[in-house]
Design a protein around this ligand. Structure first.
Ligand code: ZN
Length: 175
């Protein structure tokens, strides 16, 4: 994927990009939620359902704004989720995602929410159209909230892991 799309100069162009990005997020979060449910990780599954819902609502708003207006053809651009470790590969193919830990799932989501935020933030700075800049800034703020939410969950997950490593009931590795 081209991380940096061409200049976005019209609101309709921005909406076309946003739709691509939000729809990808809905799919990925649904997949992550399914995986976590299989492993009985109910809380984190709920978090992902919730984030899927946010993206769905956002995509819905975008669709509403564009109702009746034909979206401009944008240069081929697909927002695909990448893995933090290997930005080129698809880390969500079935075998890999089946073994994904809660922490890896949160890291994956955080990584891609950050990419989404950065995308909007870049448009908010670079576009020559003030209305595009304003709208992109709003979208960047929304994504920043998702980033913050995932940050918190990840910090909590790391604390939990740390706590179980420190558990004196488990055999010590440093003997
Ligand atoms: Zn988001």
């Amino acid at each position: 994927m081209n991380e940096k799309p061409q200049e976005i100069e019209t609101v309709e162009e921005l909406l076309a990009y946003a739709l691509e990005l939000e729809e990808e997020s809905v799919d990925r979060y649904e997949t992550l939620a399914d995986e976590m449910e299989i492993h009985h990780k109910v809380q984190v599954a709920e978090l992902f359902r919730c984030l899927a819902e946010f993206s769905e609502v956002h995509a819905g708003e975008v669709r509403q704004r564009t109702a009746g207006i034909p979206l401009p053809k944008i240069p081929p651009w697909e927002f695909k989720w990448n893995c933090p470790g290997s930005p080129e590969g698809d880390c969500m193919d079935e075998d890999v995602s089946y073994q994904m830990t809660t922490r890896q799932a949160l890291e994956l989501a955080l990584y891609n929410e950050t990419r989404g935020r950065d995308f909007y933030a870049q448009v908010a700075v670079e576009s020559a159209n003030p209305e595009v800049r304003r709208l992109a800034m709003e979208m960047a703020d929304e994504e920043a909230e998702h980033v913050a939410l995932l940050d918190q969950w990840l910090a909590r997950e790391e604390m939990k892991e740390q706590a179980s490593e420190d558990d004196p009931g488990l055999p010590s590795m440093s003997d």
